[in-house]
Design a protein around this ligand. Structure first.
Ligand SMILES: [Mn+2]
Length: 298
């Protein structure tokens, strides 16, 4: 029995007439000079939102060739699409490009994030050569073990906002009512007024500040898991640094910064800023010296 997609996005993609033609048009762009790396991590593309810089990402994907491509979450923005349908051709082309890479032999691993949490229902499945996984452990060419996760599980603000969104209005109202009852009881027992809603708000605030150091929280978790580092996205801020001996790498986003993380053949990691490096000269400067020399000799 054929699989009937449950989400409007999936059905739109599968019924879109431009689905096939985009693939063909795309093949023209295959011959451009490539940045050849072992691994690429990209995240926070937010397809389906006007902010997504799909053209820039397409340009990056056309110039890049890798063995493994990680899609580190927030690839399609299900939150926004549910509110307001926005799906231009370039966004379709990005998906086509990703599927094409998978078809042409790139290992593509998709680790969903909070904006595309609908994909978390398909963990362990494979769609057109793309593996969907909750998280991954990547081993670099020089033997380092890196935990790949979107990062939202460790974002106190998201966790709490979600909790507050879930409990919502009625809980706040209930809390206030409980507070009245509670203080009536306290008054009867001769105890001073105590605000339950205020207490709860303080607790939430403390919880937020506790996990607000997102980077430290992720590095700590990688350490607890006995790994050498973590690669994540989510906060739209490309970064690579050591936190207490653990590598923290964030591949940035394709809304503002146009950044990706790559692993060179020798295991060296680097953040690629595509807003600066989209020329052939820029690509050459991103390569390891040996790699550049080899290409110049060829
Ligand atoms: Mn996110």
């Amino acid at each position: 029995m054929p699989y009937i997609p449950a989400t409007p996005l999936a059905s739109a993609l599968l019924t879109d007439a431009s689905f096939a033609s985009a693939t063909d048009a795309d093949s023209d762009a295959e011959s451009v000079a490539s940045l050849r790396v072992r691994t690429v991590w990209i995240s926070d593309i937010h397809l389906g939102t006007p902010g997504c810089q799909a053209e820039a990402l397409l340009d990056f994907l056309r110039h890049t060739d890798c063995e493994t491509l990680f899609l580190v979450g927030d690839i399609v923005d299900g939150w926004q699409l549910r509110r307001n349908w926005y799906w231009p051709q370039a966004h379709n082309d990005v998906l086509q490009k990703l599927l094409r890479k998978a078809r042409k032999g790139t290992r593509v691993i998709y680790v969903p994030g909070n904006h595309d949490e609908f994909a978390r229902a398909y963990l362990g499945h494979n769609f057109g050569g793309i593996d969907v996984a909750e998280e991954w452990i990547h081993i670099t060419a020089d033997g380092r073990r890196l935990w790949v996760t979107h990062g939202d599980y460790f974002d106190g603000v998201v966790q709490c906002a979600r909790w507050l969104a879930l409990v919502g209005d009625w809980a706040y109202t209930l809390t206030l009512r409980l507070n009245v009852q509670f203080n009536r009881l306290r008054a009867r027992l001769g105890m001073p007024y105590w605000s339950l809603s205020n207490y709860l708000k303080q607790r939430v605030k403390r919880a937020v500040s506790y996990v607000s150091d997102f980077e430290t929280a992720l590095a700590r978790e990688a350490h607890l898991r006995g790994l050498d580092g973590v690669v994540c996205g989510h906060i739209h801020h490309a970064e690579m640094r050591e936190i207490d001996g653990i590598l923290y790498a964030n591949d940035g986003d394709w809304v503002e910064s146009l950044t990706a993380l790559c692993e060179h053949p020798d295991g060296r990691l680097e953040i690629i800023d595509w807003s600066a490096g989209k020329t052939a000269a820029g690509i050459a400067s991103l390569m390891a010296p040996a790699e550049t020399a080899r290409l110049q000799a060829a």
